[in-house]
Design a protein around this ligand. Structure first.
Ligand code: FAD
Ligand code: UDP
Length: 372
């Protein structure tokens, strides 16, 4: 009945479905959740688009991806500038001259670099081999202790010494006064929310929600020639080689009868003792106004608590350490034998992908799959 069955209505699945339909293919999309858009799903509450599965800021250096995604939504000019709260002391993020000035009172980039060099030398790091050493060699011990150690250990549930250094390299370190969290040419939030963006991608495509592919695999497989699977790769194989590890996140959402709770979209709590990692105040992704430009009397906040994933939880962050990477490679070898199925996306490829990378990966797969 269908050329393609797409499992998962997140960005990867929606981009593929859109492109396949454009090529005249018949596509069915299924998702086990009661809504489309996967983890970028937004829901309107008190006039505010609430990011239900964690704050999502679109940012990219990939012009092709930017031109692609802006066909489906207009983006606002939001620039992410989280504030770090360490036991009541506030610091600018990412690590830049404002952070260094607040931490050490330094005025010039040269003074800041000197301070970091001193601390790196004192710690005796020459060739950083893990996240702790990488962080200290980038920003020194003071910033590591106050702004990285507690947050990272809460976020990943592991000691910084046991984590790969690439995780901290996601964050820019700048010797300029620039609080933009991302080094990206293009950045913003889709006006009308991410759900609308995905709705536009899926326009004209049949979508069945509340449908778990793995629970009804044989029947669904029989309906299509090929399958695009964007769920967890280990779940597809019924965990037969063991469980890939994820970090999960619990969101505690609150509607507050006040206009402004924290004055910023994101405040990170970087000490070890505060149980949450960060608080998101969603209205500031849209400058505190609804689509008609009205200010909003209430606000919605989400506290994020990081947790180890266990079967039944939502998998959020793949833990790309050596142990999990080699297990993933073993699953990938099994996946390659499934000739009718393509595994894609954050869960299907077990990759710590940002949205732009997921879109790029889906577009490159489309090029291969839909032109052959
Ligand atoms: P998903 O969005 O996870 O979609 C997979 C879909 O498959 C889901 O809807 C799921 O329900 C469905 N599914 C799974 N198994 C089955 C099954 N058996 N049957 C049917 N359906 C199934 N990226 C950024 O660029 N900027 C950010 O600020 C950012 N913030 C993030 C914050 C958090 C907390 C997290 C976790 C991620 C963040 N990301 C961010 C990354 C971004 O969420 C992902 O890159 C993107 O959403 C992945 O899209 P996807 O389609 O691969 O996966
Ligand atoms: N990080 C940190 N302190 C912060 C923010 C981030 O130590 O205030 C570290 C943490 O290890 C995190 C990594 O930097 O996992 C990458 O941060 P990013 O914001 O990119 O993580 P995301 O939530 O987008 O995955």
């Amino acid at each position: 009945m269908y050329d393609y069955l797409v499992v998962g209505a997140g960005l990867y699945g929606a981009v593929f479905a859109h492109e396949a339909r454009k090529k005249g293919k018949k596509v069915l999309v299924v998702d086990k959740r009661p809504h489309i858009a996967g983890n970028v799903y937004t829901e309107k509450l008190e006039g505010i688009h609430v990011h239900k599965y964690g704050a999502h800021i679109f940012h990219t250096n990939n012009e092709q991806v930017w031109n692609y995604v802006t066909q489906f939504a207009k983006f606002n000019r939001f620039t992410n500038s989280p504030v770090a709260n360490y036991k009541g002391e506030l610091y600018s993020l990412p690590f830049n001259m404002y952070t260094f000035h607040k931490m050490w009172g330094v005025i010039t980039p040269e003074e800041a670099q000197k301070k970091i060099e001193e601390q790196k030398k004192q710690a005796g790091i020459t060739n950083p081999g893990n996240l702790e050493e990488q962080a200290i060699s980038l920003v020194g011990t003071d910033i590591y202790e106050k702004l990285i150690k507690g947050y990272t250990e809460k976020q990943w549930g592991r000691a910084c010494k046991d984590l790969p250094s690439f995780i901290i390299k996601r964050l820019p370190v700048r010797f300029t006064f620039d609080n933009n969290y991302f080094n990206a040419l293009y950045q913003g939030i889709p006006v009308g929310g991410y759900t609308r963006l995905v709705e536009n991608l899926l326009d004209g495509i049949e979508v069945r929600l509340n449908t778990d592919y793995l629970e009804d695999k044989a029947a669904l497989d029989a309906m299509a020639d090929r399958v695009i699977y964007t769920g967890p790769i280990d779940a597809y194989f019924d965990y037969r080689l063991g469980y890939l590890e994820y970090r999960s996140v619990r969101f505690e959402n609150e509607v507050l009868d006040q206009e402004n709770f924290q004055g910023n979209a994101a405040v990170n709590y970087t000490d070890r003792e505060t149980p949450w990692t960060r608080i998101i105040e969603h209205k500031w992704f849209e400058f505190g106004r609804d689509e008609e430009g009205n200010t909003l009397p209430k606000t919605v906040i989400s506290r994020e608590y990081s947790a180890e994933w266990k079967p039944g939880d939502e998998p959020y962050y793949p833990v790309n350490d050596e142990k999990n990477e080699s297990l993933y490679q073993a699953y990938k070898a099994l996946a390659e034998k499934e000739s009718r199925v393509i595994f894609g996306g954050r869960l299907g490829e077990y990759r710590y992908y940002d949205m732009d990378a997921v879109i790029a990966s889906a577009l490159s797969m489309c090029k291969q799959e839909l032109t052959s």
